[in-house]
Ligand binder design. Structure first.
Ligand SMILES: Nc1ncnc2c1ncn2[C@@H]1O[C@H](COP(=O)(O)OP(=O)(O)OP(=O)(O)O)[C@@H](O)[C@H]1O
Length: 234
């Protein structure tokens, strides 16, 4: 449960909001640029050192959130001196656990980077780097996953594939994904939230389980309604 507002210095960077993330469901968060979506994710992940939270963040089971969250940031920070495979296994390395190269190979193959596993991030395209960061997030195997525009740099075909792969792999996880794409929210969201300067609003999600067909009637209707609402809010 999140209940609070956030500021940096004297500036409010997240309006006061209150919401719960339903367990094992995929929640999509949309809203205009600069409204505080990334700040919200960073606060939940416990890495928003720049911001001051006036409120509380708590898991419904009362246990600490630390150690249960994987986050894929917008500026996917791959370490430039490590290979793609080593980046994918970074979580284990940082925890001092034994890395699992066979699993990394599998996850990298899943995101279409098998042929690039030994390359440095600098030798990849932006979309390939984003898939490498996605692989690292999937490798983490955490019950709560925060995704900040994870598919934004991908071409249309790869985006649809990665949405499907991620939805399948994260089934059973509690996911909060920031996206600017109403089509993506209509495909993946079991709950759709819109953040604005005045607070949080909920938008109805299609009833089918994600990933929904791109051209499904319910998906297209939800996409259209969401876009109209976002335009109205602009
Ligand atoms: N480190 C920082 N120092 C000062 N202000 C910041 C910092 N990080 C973010 N902000 C400000 O906080 C506000 C919220 O930023 P945030 O990145 O959370 O927005 P967002 O909704 O994720 O935007 P976008 O959709 O463009 O990614 C913005 O006004 C931004 O300028």
């Amino acid at each position: 449960m999140f209940d609070g507002a956030a500021s940096i210095g004297a500036t409010q960077v997240l309006p006061r909001i209150r919401f719960e993330l339903p367990a094992a469901e995929w929640t999509c968060l949309l809203g205009p640029s600069g409204v505080g979506k990334t700040t919200l994710l960073r606060l939940i992940a416990g890495v928003a050192d720049e911001a001051t939270l006036d409120g509380t963040i708590a898991a419904s089971d009362g246990a600490p959130l630390a150690g249960r969250i994987a986050m894929m940031a917008q500026d996917a920070l791959l370490l430039p001196w490590l290979s793609v495979a080593q980046n994918a296994m970074l979580g284990d390395r940082l925890r001092g656990a034994a890395p699992d190269p066979a699993r990394a190979d599998k996850v990298l193959a899943g995101v279409g980077l098998a042929a690039h596993a030994q390359k440095r991030p600098g030798a990849l395209s932006g979309g390939q780097r984003q898939r490498a960061a996605l692989a690292r997030t999937l490798m983490e195997d955490r019950p709560v996953v925060l995704l900040d525009e994870p598919f934004s740099a991908l071409d249309a075909r790869t985006r649809v594939q990665m949405q499907e792969l991620t939805a399948t792999r994260l089934r059973g996880c509690t996911v909060l994904m920031v996206t600017h794409d109403p089509a993506e929210a209509a495909r993946l969201g079991q709950r759709i939230l819109i953040l604005s300067e005045t607070g949080l609003a909920e938008h109805p999600a299609p009833p089918e389980a994600p990933p929904r067909a791109v051209d499904g009637a319910d998906t297209l209707a939800a996409q259209g309604a969401l876009l109209a609402r976002l335009r109205g809010a602009a």
